[in-house]
Design a protein around this ligand. Structure first.
Ligand SMILES: Cc1cc2nc3c(=O)[nH]c(=O)nc-3n(C[C@H](O)[C@H](O)[C@H](O)COP(=O)(O)O)c2cc1C
Length: 207
């Protein structure tokens, strides 16, 4: 079993990464494989709303990490998405990628446990946390929780090291993710599989 942890900060070794490392350590202690994927600091496209992905299942823009991230997410058994707080929200570049990933391939992620992780110097964590959880909750992805909302606080990695409660929250999140993955895996061996669901009813207005 493998969990993909996405670092949605342009800083490879910053505070978000430190939080993800703590989740990763805890997952590995439970025998779960992990990979941290860094979105980087290159240019990313927003969604064109062209709907070309409806036919192909992938975004027409191939010169940023969106399609690569989608294929890694499809391969993973569980997903953790980390973001720094920017003006009381998730990183815009990360959201641009996630909009396209979930629009083009989100249906293929149904049933995969997922969690958001947020790093802030001071405030805005709950809005950013909510923003990332919205992707999961519209695509039938069970959201894994911890002992508190999944935040660390810091402007530097050294600050995060001092956020003992935040780091403990990350470790608890890793344990809880591992627990759910093991339950899903043993359920599968008993023939319990994720419900296929009804044919989607799609109304674009209410009357
Ligand atoms: C453009 C920008 C906006 C920010 N906005 C906020 C904010 O609204 N609230 C906050 O607490 N920290 C804010 N910060 C600080 C970062 O969220 C914080 O330092 C975070 O831990 C950085 O994570 P990283 O090291 O993984 O990039 C902002 C930083 C940047 C660069």
């Amino acid at each position: 079993m493998k969990v993909l942890l996405i670092n949605g900060s342009p800083n490879r070794n910053g505070c978000t990464n430190r939080a993800l490392e703590e989740v990763e350590k805890s997952l590995r202690e439970e025998g779960i494989d992990t990979e941290i994927f860094q979105i980087g600091n290159g240019r990313v496209h927003g969604c064109n709303g062209c709907n070309a992905c409806e036919k192909t299942g992938r975004c027409i823009h191939d010169d940023d990490p969106a399609n690569k991230m989608l294929s890694l997410m499809k391969e993973a058994d569980g997903i953790v998405i980390g973001t720094p707080v920017y003006y009381s929200g998730a990183n815009g570049a990360l959201c641009a990628l996630l909009d396209r990933i979930f629009y083009s391939g989100g249906n293929q992620l149904a049933g995969k446990p997922a969690a958001a992780v947020v790093s802030a110097r001071r405030s805005g964590t709950t809005a950013a946390f909510q923003r990332i959880n919205q992707y999961f909750s519209i695509k039938k992805m069970p959201i894994v929780t911890s002992q508190y909302w999944n935040n660390v606080h810091g402007y530097t990695v050294e600050d995060v090291e001092k956020d003992l409660e935040g780091l403990q929250t990350m470790r608890t999140l890793g344990k809880n993710m591992a627990w759910l993955l093991k339950i899903i895996s043993s359920g599968k061996s008993e023939g319990i599989i994720f419900p296929e669901g009804e044919k989607l009813i799609y109304t674009d207005f209410i009357r």
